[in-house]
Ligand binder design. Structure first.
Ligand code: CP
Ligand code: NVA
Length: 301
């Protein structure tokens, strides 16, 4: 695998992503067996976070420890106290890897440009590749394959959907964004998926057309981190797109419900759906650990 950072799923080929998913499965098994596996022994990884986190922080810190390494977590605003290139060239002298969660996607690209150490995107306003890699692992566990599936992402055309659009260019499944008018994905990930998606790639405002026959119903918060001032307006516009039991009934009988979390019950999903047998949200959360360990082993071993 040639890629020396993990910034977008589209930086990796299908074969490379399959190798990461195989490794994630293997690492999950090792942990279940209680097997000590410490390829990062003696290595230090810096974690730079501009935004809050439960899953990403915990799974990276736990994962780094389990692999024998040491994590330094720092809440920071990139580019505020010193420039991103300066920060990158400092940190690069001390550690073997950088995990960054930022508002600006360019900040992560700039870190990667100026640091020789591998940089992992732990979410930007544009993309969340670690989450979607863990989601792919979860789908493989529940459905056996991504190929041939119909995935309906119901909600905002945001960083999560953009990473799903990237994944759709590497595996053969249909991907539809079901959203209120004006919340479609635009920009690089959309343009790339439009010409490179393997299955059908579409966006619709029509709920029934979007979710009928879906194998996976995915949702995310309506107002992402940094969009707090739009929250009230979005609440009104997205309410018809809430994933509830009547929406799930339009999907396939064996459809699974997915959410990257945190969830706002009563907003993008009802309590009944997220607590239902179809919900695999905690499997997704668990797989963050294994998928990210695979990324770190690949980049830093
Ligand atoms: N899904 C996810 O990335 O969760 P956190 O924001 O809590 O890290
Ligand atoms: N779209 C959400 C994802 C949180 C994991 C956000 O950016 O806040």
């Amino acid at each position: 695998m040639p890629s020396s950072d993990f910034i977008a799923l589209s930086d990796y080929t299908t074969e490379e992503l399959i190798a990461l998913l195989d490794l994630a499965k293997d690492l999950k098994q090792k942990r279940a067996n209680g097997e000590l596996y410490q390829p990062l022994l003696g290595k230090t990884i810096a974690m730079l976070f501009e935004k809050p986190s439960l899953r990403t922080r915990m799974t990276f810190e736990a994962g780094i420890f389990q692999l024998g390494g040491h994590a330094i977590f720092q809440t920071t605003k990139l580019g505020e106290r010193e420039t991103v290139p300066d920060m990158a060239r400092n940190i690069d002298r001390w550690v073997e890897g950088i995990v960054a969660r930022t508002h600006s996607h360019e900040a992560v690209l700039e870190l990667a440009e100026y640091a020789d150490a591998p940089v992992i995107n732990a979410l930007t306003d544009d993309l969340h590749p670690c989450q979607v890699l863990a989601d792919a692992q979860t789908i493989l566990e529940h459905k056996g394959s991504l190929d041939g599936l119909k995935v309906a992402f119901v909600g905002d055309g945001n960083n999560m959907f953009a990473s799903w659009a990237n994944l759709a260019t590497r595996f053969s499944f249909d991907l539809t964004l079901v959203c209120p008018e004006g919340y479609e994905l635009t920009g690089a990930a959309h343009d790339y998926a439009q010409t490179n998606a393997n299955g059908e790639y579409s966006m619709t405002n029509d709920i029934t057309a979007g979710v009928q026959g879906a194998d996976v119903i995915y949702t995310d918060v309506w107002a992402s981190m940094g969009m707090e001032e739009e929250y009230q307006q979005r609440l009104k516009e997205f309410m018809p797109y809430q994933v509830n039991e009547s929406m799930m009934a339009q999907a396939n009988d064996d459809a699974i419900f997915m959410h990257c979390l945190p969830a706002h019950r009563g907003e993008e999903v009802t309590h009944e759906v997220i607590e239902s047998k179809q919900s695999v949200v905690f499997d997704e959360a668990e797989n963050r650990l294994h998928a990210q360990k695979a990324v770190m082993v690949h980049l830093m071993k």
